[in-house]
Design a protein around this ligand. Structure first.
Ligand code: GLC
Length: 423
C-alpha cells in the first residue's frame, strides 16, 4: 500500500511538488547526539541488550554537558560539505529528549548539566544557512512507564490498551511540541517496528503533522504512512522502485560517538557510495556522532571537508539531477540533468582505456570533465549503417584530468536523452 492509496486527496503531482527539495538535495547529514556519547556506547541498544544496566546508562545524564555545542559551526561545516538538509536525534529509543519537553521529566534540559534546549539553536543555525531542518524522533520510548517494551525479552506489561493510550497521549504531546516549537521540514521517525500502524495511530500522526505544516516530509518508518524509503547501511543493489529514497549510513560502525570504533570508511568509499545513491535517484544521509560536549571529532570533520571539495567541484552533476542510465549502457554510476540533455558519467576506477557508452542515440555536442572544464575527444565506432543499434561511444579521459576520488564526465547531448533499446 502506498501513501497515495491511503490519502487519495494528494495527487502525484502535489506529492512531487512537496518532495521537490528533498529529491534535489542529494546529501543530508544525520546526527546521533545524546547521552550515549558520554560513555561512548551504543545509543539506547546498550541497555536494551543488557550490555549496561538501565541505571548506569542513565547515569550518563550527569556527564552530558553540551559545553562546546556551537550549532552555527555545525551548520557551517554541513553547508561546506554540500549537504542540503540535516537530521538530528531529538529523542532516541532511550527517551531522553534534547528539548525542554513539558510532557515529562526526561530531558537533557531538566536532568543533565547541559541544562538547556539544544534543538531550537540547531534549527535556527541551519535555517540561517539555508539548510532544511530534519528531526529524528523515536516512536518507541523504552523509558516511559506506559510504554510496554523495555529490554530485550522483558516487557513491562502485556496488552493493555488503556495504558498504551496514556503513552499515546504523551507521544502525541511530544510531537505537538516538536511541530509547534521547531516546525521541522522533515520528520525522521524510528522504532515503528515495535507496534502496528493502528497501535501507534500512524495515520493520525501523519495527518496531525501535515495539518500543522502541509509541506513537511515524513520518512518511511511510520508503518506505511511515510513519504520515502530509508534503506540502512547498504546501498540497494538495484535501483529502488519508489520515486524517493535515502540511504542512511554510518561513517564507522556506530551511529553515535564511540571512542573505540575506528573502523572508518575512507572518503573514497563514501563518495563512491554517494555517487551510487544519486545514480539510482536516491539521497545519502551520512551520519556523524558528536561528543557529549557537542564537538565533532576530527575523523568526521575531515571526511566532510573532503565531501565539500568533491561536491563543490561536481555540483552540476549532483544537485537537481535525476537517476542516470542503467549499467547495461554505461558500466558505472550516472545522473541526468532534469531536461535530460546532459548525461553525467561517474568514474570511480582508474580507466585503462577510453570509457564507453552503448545504445546512445543522441549526438554528443561536447564532452568535458566536470569541474575542470577541459573538453574530451569522443568518437562513435562499430556503427553498422544498416542497423538500428547505435555505435559505441568512446570518450578519452586523460589521466591528468582524473579526480583523486571520483571523476565526472559530462556529455552535452543534441536533445533529450534517447537510448536504444529503451530501458
Ligand atoms: C536503527 C536503530 C537506531 C538508529 C537508526 C538509524 O533503527 O534502532 O539505533 O538510530 O537505525 O537509522
Amino acid at each position: 500500500m502506498t501513501f497515495t492509496d491511503v490519502f487519495p486527496q494528494e495527487t502525484p503531482e502535489a506529492k512531487a511538488k512537496r518532495m521537490e527539495w528533498f529529491a534535489d538535495a542529494k546529501l543530508g547529514i544525520f546526527i546521533h547526539w545524546g547521552i550515549y556519547a558520554v560513555n561512548g556506547i551504543d545509543e539506547s541498544w546498550s541497555f536494551y541488550n543488557g550490555k549496561i544496566s538501565y541505571e548506569d546508562y542513565m547515569k550518563q545524564l550527569q556527564g552530558f554537558t553540551a559545553a562546546n555545542y556551537h550549532p552555527e559551526q555545525w551548520a557551517d561545516l554541513f553547508f561546506r560539505a554540500g549537504a542540503k538538509y540535516v537530521v538530528l536525534t531529538s529523542k532516541h529509543h532511550d527517551g531522553v529528549a534534547l528539548w525542554d519537553t513539558k510532557m515529562g521529566e526526561l530531558s537533557v534540559v531538566k536532568r543533565s548539566p547541559a541544562g538547556r534546549d539544544l534543538i531550537g539553536p540547531y534549527c535556527a543555525a541551519l535555517r540561517k544557512k539555508g539548510l532544511k531542518v530534519g528531526l529524528y524522533f523515536s516512536l518507541l520510548d523504552w523509558s516511559h512507564p506506559d510504554y510496554p517494551g523495555f529490554r530485550r525479552n522483558e516487557n513491562k506489561y502485556e496488552k493493555d490498551s488503556l495504558r498504551f493510550n496514556k503513552f499515546r497521549t504523551f507521544l502525541y504531546g511530544q510531537l505537538d511540541e516538536l511541530a509547534e516549537k521547531f516546525n521541522p521540514d522533515l520528520y525522521w521517525f524510528d522504532g515503528d517496528w515495535e507496534q502496528p500502524a493502528e497501535t501507534w495511530g500512524a495515520r493520525a500522526i501523519r495527518e496531525k503533522l501535515l495539518k500543522h505544516n502541509p509541506n513537511t516530509i515524513i520518512n518511511s518508518r511510520l508503518q506505511g504512512y511515510g513519504d520515502y524509503d530509508t534503506p540502512e547501511n547498504g546501498v540497494p543493489v538495484h535501483k529502488p522502485q519508489g520515486n524517493w529514497w535515502e540511504l542512511c549510513m554510518t561513517m564507522n560502525d556506530s551511529w553515535g560517538y564511540q571512542l573505540t570504533d575506528n573502523n572508518f570508511k575512507t572518503p573514497y568509499q563514501l563518495i563512491s557510495i554517494f555517487a551510487d545513491c544519486i545514480g539510482k535517484g536516491g539521497n545519502l544521509l551520512l551520519d556523524i556522532g558528536p561528543k557529549e560536549d557537542g564537538s565533532i571529532p576530527a575523523e568526521y570533520t575531515s571526511c566532510l571537508e573532503e565531501f565539500g571539495r568533491w561536491t563543490g567541484k561536481h555540483a552540476e552533476a549532483i544537485y537537481g539531477t535525476t537517476a542516470g542510465i542503467p549499467r547495461d549502457y554505461y558500466c558505472g554510476n550516472s545522473t541526468l540533468s532534469k531536461d535530460r540533455k546532459k548525461l553525467y558519467l561517474f568514474i570511480d576506477q582508474k580507466p585503462i582505456g577510453p570509457i564507453m557508452v552503448k545504445g546512445l542515440r543522441n549526438n554528443v555536442r561536447v564532452a568535458y570533465v566536470v569541474g575542470k572544464g577541459n573538453n574530451l575527444n569522443t568518437r562513435v565506432m562499430m556503427k553498422a549503417w544498416w542497423s538500428e543499434i547505435p555505435g559505441i561511444l568512446y570518450i578519452d579521459v586523460p589521466e591528468g584530468s582524473l579526480d583523486p576520488m571520483v571523476t565526472v564526465v559530462a556529455l552535452s547531448l543534441d536533445g533529450a536523452l534517447e537510448l536504444y533499446p529503451k530501458p
